[in-house]
Design a protein. Structure first.
Lengths: 294, 429
């Protein structure tokens, strides 16, 4: 029983980490149909941001609180630059963007290696985050609890933006039917910029969170991007609700299989499960309802 | 930028062409040997090709093959650095048999097949007297047939999983009875009876763990868990959960690379302590400690044959020279020291043989001694490994590793564990 509860918590925690990584990707993928291979490198940029902030601010608690918004900004600005410089020039050529953003990812990784060196660097976590907290009789790393709440916060904030602001209405309109949105006087170009900024910003935020658990290294993004894609395609492209269900579903599935078999096998079986699921339901968990003809 | 790109693509095309050529050449020579009854002559031809080493001038060429690009570059660059330093020291002291060493550096690019190609190139077209380098077991295994066929010599400087002994390779890193078994001896001596194994999912951890399981069976240690994570895995919640509920006294860690960072952060954040359940690692050296964060790993154990803190005049000289050449913040680690030592051992073998000939060196190798930074090492002429001292180290607040247990003198290499009855029947996984 104890083990089941411990794995339940591990699964939920893994789900929240997956969600944070996939949230921004889901947004940009859904809005523009662009597969951004550099999404993982925006996370890497967020992680290195928290290292840089830690160099300037010696107190780890303050460093973390400041890293979160700064990481968001750094990720967002990188995304904006990528969108303006490259992606908007490749509209309707999704395969080209796939390759171009992959190239950008390699460039960013090399940049990180040149600036910070090939060995991982380290930013100290605040004292109140190093150590366990008691949940349901289980001791859970405080960092995992923190990341869980950060993911919830990011989802809530994104939901609020999409549902409650005029900007969110425009984003949703462009997502559902770009031509009609344009005909209604919405600058879809402008909406694209903002969407990409938001999505990449969340990647930066996820990167800051990742430093609490992983190495800050140039290949931080490569490890995360595959899982993030898995969540996005399983959840249904551009669907916040789908991404949330898929992230927690995959997290619990991984934790469950991993406990009863082995880590390597769990990864394989989770992949297999997603592939089989997509055979049955290619549009993902939640399908985008659209009136567009495309 | 464009010129650079073009150059790169030219290089790519050329290396493809070279690959194709070497493949056809390979095929041809195989055909010759198998088709013609005069197979002996072609073997002699190959041997003739190997002895194209030019020792007539005032210098002699040696080859270094290390990954200077790709994922292994992080580690292998440091080996290349210490090899270069050793060569410069030897040259400054008058060279080998009065000849200056001329280095030909090749990039193995973290690809075993490239290692094999570069080794071939170093032997056949650069005509080097010996080759130094390689890191992963895959790279060594890819190069092994090249050196055996060309009757040339490779000096391999990294600890590995044992169960190998080629007449054409000298292994200057530890084999398992010089690193892993001392680690187990130490755990046994502090009263560990329940052990948990964590490793990355590839050859070295799986082979090492087979030996650990066999050792444990013979020494009354119970293995309460054996978990593997794919290379690059970063979520250790489940493995740490299993660890916590296993009731283990200690953990034997053969994880590799960034996984170590995630593992130790999780271990620490889950409230586990080195004092209660120590983790002994065989792939964390001085360089890795910084990335993991000292406070996440302080008090944990490592098993190696060298630390920067080893107290000896030879090591002080080595560390000082290294810092003078590569910066005060650089650290020295076990594979770097083993590489440095390997070049000196080759020098001593050549001087003992009085010749750069491979056969003469092989004949002279047995018993060659060197006062290495790690302590005195002795070459075993039979299995081409070297006797090394084992040190169990503890990671301290300053990020360095200090020996807390030292083996009783240098341990004779036993790559096939023939002196351990419990190891009968062990094979590589």
């Amino acid at each position: 029983m104890d083990a089941a509860i411990a794995q339940l918590i591990a699964g939920v925690s893994l789900g929240s980490i997956l969600l944070l990584a996939a949230l921004g990707l889901s947004l940009t993928f859904g809005q523009m149909g662009v597969i951004n291979n550099a999404h993982g490198e925006f996370m890497m940029a967020g992680a290195y941001t928290s290292y840089c902030v830690a160099q300037v601010i010696p107190d780890p608690t303050w460093a973390l609180w400041i890293s979160l918004p700064v990481g968001f900004l750094v990720g967002g600005l990188l995304g904006l630059v990528l969108e303006v410089a490259l992606i908007q020039r490749m509209r309707l050529r999704p395969l080209d963007t796939l390759l171009a953003t992959f190239g950008v990812a390699l460039v960013l990784q090399q940049l990180a290696k040149d600036i910070f060196g090939p060995q991982p660097v380290y930013a100290q976590a605040p004292g109140w985050l190093s150590g366990p907290v008691e949940i349901l009789g289980q001791s859970v790393p405080a960092t995992r609890v923190f990341i869980f709440f950060l993911a919830i916060f990011a989802v809530a904030a994104l939901y609020a933006v999409l549902r409650l602001t005029p900007l969110g209405r425009q984003i949703r309109a462009a997502m559902q039917n770009r031509d009609l949105a344009e005909a209604s006087g919405i600058s879809t170009r402008g909406v694209d910029h903002v969407t990409f900024f938001l999505g990449s910003g969340i990647a930066g935020l996820a990167g800051v969170a990742a430093t609490l658990m992983d190495a800050i290294s140039f290949n931080l993004g490569t490890g995360k991007i595959v899982d993030a894609f898995l969540v996005v395609v399983a959840g249904g492209v551009g669907q916040l609700k789908g991404a949330i269900i898929a992230a927690f579903g995959l997290g619990l599935l991984q934790a469950g299989i991993e406990y009863s078999t082995s880590t390597s096998l769990a990864k394989v079986l989770v992949f297999l499960a997603v592939v089989v699921f997509l055979q049955v339901r290619p549009q993902g968990l939640v399908a985008l309802r659209t009136r567009s003809l495309a | 930028m464009f010129a650079l790109l073009e150059k790169k693509s030219i290089v790519a095309v050329l290396s493809l062409a070279a690959l194709a050529l070497s493949l056809t050449a390979c095929g041809a020579s195989v055909d010759e040997i198998s088709a013609e009854p005069t197979g002996d002559t072609s073997a002699a031809d190959i041997a003739g090709a190997a002895s194209c080493v030019d020792t007539s001038g005032s210098s002699v060429k040696i080859g270094f093959v290390n990954s200077l690009s790709g994922t292994m570059a992080i580690s292998e660059k440091t080996v290349s650095n210490s090899l270069t330093m050793a060569a410069e020291e030897i040259n400054a002291a008058g060279g080998v048999l009065g000849k200056q060493l001329e280095i030909v550096q090749e990039d193995g690019a973290s690809e075993p097949t490239i290692f094999a190609e570069k080794a071939e190139k170093l032997i056949s077209s650069d005509c080097v007297a010996a080759v130094f380098g390689g890191w992963t077991s895959a790279s060594r295994k890819a190069m092994l047939p090249v050196f055996e066929e060309k009757k040339s010599l490779l000096f391999y400087p990294v600890q590995y999983e044992g169960l190998e002994a080629s007449p054409n390779i000298f292994y200057t890193g530890a084999t398992t009875n010089q690193q892993i078994l001392p680690g187990m001896d130490y755990l046994k001596s502090i009263g560990v009876t329940k052990l948990f194994l964590v490793g990355s999912d590839y050859v070295f951890p799986r082979t090492a763990n087979k030996e650990i399981v066999a050792y444990s069976g013979a020494n009354g240690i119970e293995i309460v868990g054996e978990e593997y994570a794919p290379l690059g895995h970063t979520d250790f919640a489940t493995i740490v959960n299993k660890l916590k509920s296993s009731g283990a006294d200690a953990v034997f860690n053969t994880l590799n690379g960034d996984s170590n960072v995630a593992f130790f952060k999780e271990y620490n954040n889950a409230g586990l302590k080195a004092a209660d359940m120590p983790v002994i690692s065989v792939s964390i050296a001085e360089e890795e400690v910084g990335g993991i964060g000292v406070e996440n790993i302080v008090g944990q154990l490592t098993a190696w044959n060298y630390y920067q803190t080893v107290e000896s005049a030879d090591n002080e000289k080595f560390v000082a020279a290294f810092k003078a050449k590569y910066g005060a913040s650089s650290v020295t680690s076990d594979p770097m020291e083993a590489a440095y030592t390997s070049l000196y051992l080759w020098k001593l073998m050549v001087e003992k043989a009085g010749s750069f000939e491979v056969a003469a060196i092989q004949a002279a190798a047995d018993g060659v001694e060197f006062n290495a930074p790690e302590g005195k090492v002795v070459v075993n002429g039979e299995n081409h490994h070297i006797a090394k001292t084992a040190y169990i180290g503890e990671i301290r607040e300053d990020g360095l590793i200090y020996a807390i247990w030292t083996s009783d003198g240098a341990i004779e290499p036993d790559p096939f564990l023939t002196n351990y009855p419990w190891a009968a029947g062990l094979t590589e996984s």
